[in-house]
Write a protein that binds this ligand. Structure first.
Ligand SMILES: [Zn+2]
Length: 114
């Protein structure tokens, strides 16, 4: 199925293909502050449909572009390269329209070394 989602103001909107059954709650230095719940997908499964241009934040290895809305500050998605070199997208499922978070399995990820 195709999910839709957006930042708070709607400047950054997106479509994401695929089923979402489990999501990741990461404790790295950024995620524990930001508080997103994450799902990963091949880069092509994420289509940016909003009119806004995202801001971009990088840290540590700088391999992941963490995008955020420069108007409302919400960070709906990131793009980067996976361990195998494949282009990946990461979506904060809290930004997906109508997704019942209570139905998702939340997997704790120990990213604290980053
Ligand atoms: Zn926004």
């Amino acid at each position: 199925m195709t999910h839709t989602g957006r930042c708070h103001c709607g400047s950054l909107a997106f479509e994401l293909d695929g089923e979402i059954a489990e999501v990741y709650d990461c404790n790295c230095s950024m995620c524990r502050r930001r508080g997103g719940l994450l799902t990963f997908a091949p880069a092509a499964a994420l289509r940016e449909t909003g009119s806004g241009t995202p801001g971009t934040y990088r840290f540590d290895t700088h391999k992941i572009a963490h995008h955020f809305c420069t108007t409302c500050g919400i960070a709906p998605y990131s793009r980067g390269t996976g361990p195998d070199g494949a282009e990946m997208a990461c979506v904060n499922v809290r930004c997906i329209d109508g997704l019942d978070l209570a139905t998702l399995k939340i997997v704790q990820v120990d990213g604290a070394r980053f």
